[in-house]
Design a protein around this ligand. Structure first.
Ligand code: HEM
Length: 299
């Protein structure tokens, strides 16, 4: 105890503060409790349905859970892409965390796919247009942390990008433009234009920051230095597949459950041609292309 008191004294003296004031503060302060620390009341006050359909609450809460998990993913990605190149064992450990979080998203999607009344969903969603999960900025932040912009441009569009295109101008070629293009008018949908107005500047700033530090670039740097290992490559591949194939597939299945498909396809709230747009085969994204063979990419 004496040693602890001495350490406290040293700490506050070093800051030019009187340690006694802080010890008195400690004596007077209330003990922390679970509900304040976790901010439970705030968390539980954030569900605001726009209709009286009971299952809308499930829809809101599950989206909020997803946004929290996306924040966990970003939390790891920010550490992996900032400062010095990570040591390989640290890189691998963090990739395992990323895989765990992303698996949580794909395995829990049955809460959406099987967990709402079809009739409820198809009523309350009418009150949500033009909002769409497409407008999840965290989803885009994750992509920008993982891979360079050119890997987010569809193969068919790559040839259209002029050689001297600025980073900012490249955003108009990214795959997600396909979901926000109104074929009837030839202009951007409200879903996309509102999204860009709100977030495009922060996306461009992030892409600039990530240009040489994104996860793909960092992995390649380790590879060039001969430091990469099979375990690292395997963890990167599993993450790539879980984020860019497994999750998109359960998401697409869910769209089929509620919006039909083929001749019976219902318009989505964001207005995309979703059957093609959401399918990983048509809309193939790969964060770490050098880790996949041509044959694997065709699958
Ligand atoms: C019943 C549940 C759901 C259905 C039917 C559904 C449907 C769709 C559709 C049709 C799109 C295409 C854009 C559009 O036209 O609106 C889309 C995009 C998207 N949704 Fe969902 N969605 C559901 C749940 C979720 C959930 C829980 C999330 C989690 C945040 C989510 C995140 C996204 C994202 C990130 C995109 C953009 C994907 C991309 O750009 O590849 N969705 N969704």
């Amino acid at each position: 105890m004496q040693e602890l008191l001495e350490q406290i004294e040293q700490k506050y003296h070093a800051l030019g503060q009187n340690p006694e004031t802080y010890l008195q503060g400690l004596l007077l302060s209330k003990p922390i409790n679970y509900w304040d620390y976790i901010q439970v009341d705030t968390l539980l006050s954030l569900q605001k349905p726009r209709t009286d359909f009971q299952d809308e609450t499930i829809f809101i809460i599950y989206h909020q859970i997803t946004e929290l998990v996306l924040k966990l993913i970003r939390h790891e990605l920010e550490q992996l892409t900032t400062g010095m190149l990570p040591e390989v064992p640290v890189f691998i450990e963090k990739m395992h965390r990323l895989v765990r979080y992303t698996r949580l998203l794909s395995t829990s999607f049955s809460i959406m796919n099987q967990g709402m009344r079809y009739e409820d969903y198809n009523q309350f969603r009418l009150a949500l247009a033009p909002a769409s999960g497409f407008q999840s900025a965290q989803f885009r932040y994750i992509e920008l942390h993982c891979t360079p912009l050119e890997n987010l441009i569809p193969v068919a569009k790559k040839a259209l990008v002029p050689a001297d295109t600025t980073l900012e101008a490249m955003f108009q070629y990214l795959y997600w433009q396909d979901a926000g293009y109104d074929r009837a008018t030839g202009s951007k949908t409200l879903t996309l234009s509102q999204f860009e107005e709100r977030y495009l500047d922060s996306f461009v700033a992030m892409a600039q920051k990530m240009e040489t530090n994104n996860l793909c670039a960092r992995y390649m740097a380790l590879e060039r230095q001969g430091l990469s290992t099979d375990d690292l490559r395997s963890a990167l591949r599993i993450f790539d597949h879980t984020f860019n194939v497994a999750w998109p597939l359960v998401h697409l299945q869910t769209a089929h459950t509620y919006l039909g498909g083929g001749q019976h396809e219902k318009a989505a709230t964001g207005g995309s041609h979703w059957e093609k747009y959401l399918h990983p085969k048509y809309q193939q994204r790969i964060f770490f292309p050098s880790l996949w063979s041509d044959e694997e990419r065709r699958m």
